[in-house]
Every structure is written in C-alpha cells, then in structure tokens.
Design a protein around this ligand. Structure first.
Ligand code: GRF
Length: 202
C-alpha cells in the first residue's frame, strides 16, 4: 500500500513523536510513514528517539539563517528532497510564516494542549497553557489536533479530547495528564486520518 510520507517537526522531549512511532509500529497508521524528523535544535531528545527507531533526522536552526525566508527555503528544500507530503508539528517551537504554511495547505497538523479556542494563540505554549487553565478555574481541559494555517492555533480542528481537571492539580501534573489521556491518543489518530485523506487525493 502507498503511504503518505510524513515529517515530524520537534524541539524538545518528543513524547508525541514517540506516540506516533509506537502507533506506526502497532499498525495504527497504515496510510502514513514517518520518514523524517526535523528538529529546531540539536539538544532535542526527540533526535535520540528518531535515531533509536532508525528514522532519518535533520537539525535546522533558525539563527543560522539571515532571514525567515532563507530559513524556510532550506526546510522546503529538505522536505522536497525527502519526498515529504505531510508535516506534523509535535512541540515545534520555531515560528513558521504564512508563506510556509500556505505552501502546504491541509498538509500541516499541530497538537495543542487545550480545547481550542480556549487557552490558545500567542503566548500559550508549554506550561503556560496549563497555568492559564488552572488560573481560570475551568473544570475540563484537553487537547486539540488542528490544521495549521496563518493564524496561530487557528486552523480547522481535526480532533479534540477532553481531560478532567482534578483537585490539587499543578500545571506540571495537568500537563502530564493531558499528554497521557489526550495528546498521545489523539495525535496518531489524527495523523492517520489526514494521511489517509492525502492518499485518496482529497
Ligand atoms: C506538547 O504538550 C504539545 O501539545 C505541545 O508541545 C508539547 C510537546 O511535547 N505543542 P513533546 O516534545 O511531544 O514531549
């Protein structure tokens, strides 16, 4: 069966990358293949995960390029050279311009650790998202997988999953529970959905 070639963009620990690798191994992403891991820095533990699983990886650092346009041109060249058809942003902390996102319409997905449109957009990343949810006092939060367009966290929603907030939660505890109960479950599902659509040419 033909598979959609996927690049996973990472900056940190890469637990979402691991969830994708594990799901692919279990046969849960029959329409996709993780063909490349692109990291924004060489300290990303996600790179070790890629190496351990025999996945090609590359590091592209924004600061090594004189402009956003030249940085993005480099990434586009790498994606083309590797025949990449779909991009997953899994904790990727480097900003992408509208020029980049428009080059891959409905082919870039992101995972965000809240129920969009709550606690998303500018400044809502990492622990800040969970701090904001606890501060507001919501009783339910969760994760969202969405297409990426020019609006931060503003593209069409693909899947969402709710997670209860519990008495005594700290941002760290909540972050972990959202990952375990929602992100690692949702991302492989959404990736298979999009990879399958791309195979059908939708
Ligand atoms: C996750 O919380 C994800 O939702 C957010 O960044 C974090 C990445 O974690 N976009 P990891 O690198 O996958 O462990």
């Amino acid at each position: 069966m033909l598979k959609t070639k996927i690049a996973v963009f990472v900056s940190g620990g890469g637990t979402n990358l691991q969830a994708l690798i594990d799901a692919e191994k279990r046969g849960e992403i029959p329409n996709g293949e993780i063909a490349l891991v692109l990291a924004s820095n060489d300290g990303a533990y996600a790179l070790t995960r890629a190496a351990e699983n025999g996945i090609k990886s590359v590091v592209v650092k924004r600061r090594e390029f004189p402009s956003q346009a030249i940085y993005e041109k480099k990434m586009k060249d790498i994606l083309a050279e590797n025949g990449i058809e779909m991009i997953v942003l899994a904790g990727f902390m480097s900003l992408l311009s509208e020029d980049f996102t428009a080059a891959y319409p409905k082919r870039i997905v992101n995972i965000h650790p809240s129920l969009i449109p709550s606690f998303c957009g500018k400044g809502f990343y990492g622990l800040h998202v969970h701090e904001a949810a606890l501060e507001y006092g919501v009783k339910v939060t969760g994760a969202t997988v969405h297409y990426v367009n020019e609006i931060p966290d503003g593209g069409e929603i693909i899947l969402q999953k709710a997670v209860e907030i519990l008495e005594g939660d700290t941002p760290e505890l909540l972050q972990r529970r959202v990952m375990e109960e929602a992100e690692w479950v949702l991302l492989p599902k959404a990736v298979e959905m999009v990879a399958q659509k791309l195979q059908k040419g939708n």
